[in-house]
Write a protein that binds this ligand. Sequence first.
Ligand SMILES: [Zn+2]
Length: 101
Amino acid sequence: MDSETLTRTHIEIIPGEGIEPDTGDAPPVFGRCPVCGKPLRPRDKRTGAPAAPKPGTGYESRARCSGCGTILVYLGGGRWRPLEEGDLTDDDRFADRLGLD
Ligand SMILES: [Zn+2]
């Protein structure tokens, strides 16, 4: 269990190329960032295991691209789109003001 995954509020996404050593067990890629094109490797918020979020669940469907920092919304089927203002709830805006991300 990775303690980092327990404290982060967004799914950590690791860029797919050029950073990690080839361990032979790289997690699968779940599509690419529509903004910068980096392969995305979302992880389950609870287990830290590589897993795509469930589409259509608001906050639970989001992840941040570690390449360009864009918050993305998972659409399913390996497709993502950047988070839009209309996606945010009052709770999200409150968290933003506090800098909680
Ligand atoms: Zn990106």
